[in-house]
Design a protein around this ligand. Structure first.
Ligand SMILES: NC(=O)c1ccc[n+]([C@@H]2O[C@H](COP(=O)([O-])OP(=O)(O)OC[C@H]3O[C@@H](n4cnc5c(N)ncnc54)[C@H](O)[C@@H]3O)[C@@H](O)[C@H]2O)c1
Length: 287
């Protein structure tokens, strides 16, 4: 809005802090195009944000949303996870813990490799489409599940999105393929296809963890919001000296949030002795 319809407000803006993966990507594109008007801190990229909020928060709340909407039994189900980023990793590991057979689809070879070595099956999405019972998109992109996939799915397949808006599943194609739809439970739409199969879409393809559950537990959002608060303070002090660009959360803020979180959990950790510190930093010892 500030870069479009309300540029009249830009004069009062000293900086911004961005919470989400997709938001940071968009702001980086704006900066690369030379159109960003004020400095941005990429809060999503703080370790104490995406390692925890995206992985454990989205991981738990996505399964929670799908369970609340459908009361499905996860054990023994074939769960297909689109995208093995921070959110995908969290969802996949939690689905494994519930006894599901997890299948990951990726476009990035390193992430695909990581998924394989974490114990998930990896295959092209069109192969996965034929065998999955539950499909969950977490790619941040467009049409991860397209008409081609839906043509191949089994009767009763369930589709949910926990990534970016309601664009990761091609809902237009689904509506086009089906003879109407009916809500069989709150947040569960059944789409009968001409060939007798029925596909189920949860929460109208919107973020299932927010639409059908309560989002992330506050015990993980606390770190994200601590980063936001400390970043806002940092921006208030420094933003006037920063050029319009996307900056990381300062390391000391990230570390401080980690320390505070541990303290709030009543957990102490060790510190290096001076001798250990010297050894780790030296070039002439142990080589
Ligand atoms: N539901 C929530 O509450 C919640 C919370 C945090 C983040 N998010 C959103 O979830 C999305 C993912 O976030 P992330 O931090 O995991 O991002 P990420 O960049 O770490 O991971 C995304 C992964 O998806 C893969 N990918 C992209 N397109 C694909 C496709 N068509 N098929 C298969 N894989 C594909 C990428 O290679 C990448 O590994 C973002 O849109 C983010 O904003 C949602």
């Amino acid at each position: 809005m500030l870069h479009g319809d309300r540029t009249d407000l830009l004069g009062d803006v000293v900086g911004g802090a961005e919470e989400t993966t997709t938001g940071v990507i968009r702001l980086r594109s704006l900066a690369e195009a030379g159109k960003l008007k004020y400095p941005i801190i990429a809060v999503n990229d703080a370790d104490t944000k995406h390692f925890f909020d995206n992985r454990y928060g989205t991981g738990q709340s996505t399964l929670d949303g799908i369970t609340r909407a459908t009361n499905v039994l996860w054990a023994g189900k074939k769960v297909v996870i689109f995208g093995y980023g921070w959110c995908g990793r969290g969802v996949a590991s939690r689905a494994t813990g519930m006894g599901a057979h997890t299948i990951v689809t990726e476009v990035n070879p390193i992430r695909a490799l990581e998924a394989v070595m974490d114990g998930h099956q990896v295959m092209p999405s069109r192969e996965a489409a034929k065998i999955g019972d539950i499909f969950i998109t977490l790619t941040g992109g467009l049409k991860a599940i397209s008409r081609d996939h839906m043509e191949l799915m089994k009767d009763g397949a369930i589709m949910a999105n926990s990534g970016h808006f309601n664009v990761e599943i091609d809902i237009e194609a689904l509506e086009d393929m089906s003879d109407g739809k009916r809500e069989v439970r709150p947040g569960v739409d059944e789409y009968p296809l001409g060939d007798g199969r029925r596909l189920y879409l949860l929460a109208e393809g919107r973020l299932v963890n927010l639409a059908a559950a309560e989002g992330h537990p506050s015990a993980v959002m606390d770190m994200s919001f601590a980063n936001q608060a400390l970043t806002a303070e940092y921006l208030a002090r420094t933003a006037r000296n920063l050029a319009p660009a996307v900056y990381p959360v300062p390391r000391d803020i990230d570390d401080e949030v980690g320390k505070l979180k541990l303290r709030s959990m009543g957990i102490d950790i060790d510190s290096l002795t001076d001798e250990q510190q010297r050894y780790l930093e030296s070039w002439d010892m142990g080589t």
